[in-house]
Design a protein around this ligand. Structure first.
Ligand SMILES: [Zn+2]
Length: 107
């Protein structure tokens, strides 16, 4: 329903999935700034959205949800890796030590 021309007049192109959407979040709008959208897109998706580029500055709600899930997932992974000591040799060593049977050392 509705031609593409009409859609272009009534919607915004999502920067991430390129789909047309009536409801979008502007990267440099109030909401976009509040959730730090530009830096999240850069950090987690590798998408640079500059205020003065000629590309869309809008992201659709479905991509926002996915970005949030991805963000939370990444945070979880980083937290887990830290707990497993994969991020630092020191942590790894202390983890190995703490995994060995605890011997009472109260002399
Ligand atoms: Zn999208």
């Amino acid at each position: 329903m509705g031609s593409l021309d009409k859609a272009q007049l009534t919607g915004f192109i999502c920067r991430i999935c390129s789909k047309m959407n009536k409801v979008v979040i502007h990267v440099y709008g109030e909401e976009g700034k509040r959730i730090n959208l530009a830096s999240q897109l850069q950090t987690y998706l590798g998408v640079d959205v500059y205020m003065n580029d000629d590309l869309p500055k809008t992201v659709c709600p479905s991509c926002i949800v996915k970005l949030r899930m991805y963000y939370e997932w990444m945070e979880l992974i980083m937290k887990t890796q830290k707990e497993f000591g994969n991020t630092s040799n020191d942590l790894k060593i202390s983890r190995v030590v703490s995994l060995s049977p605890i011997e009472t050392d109260d002399t």
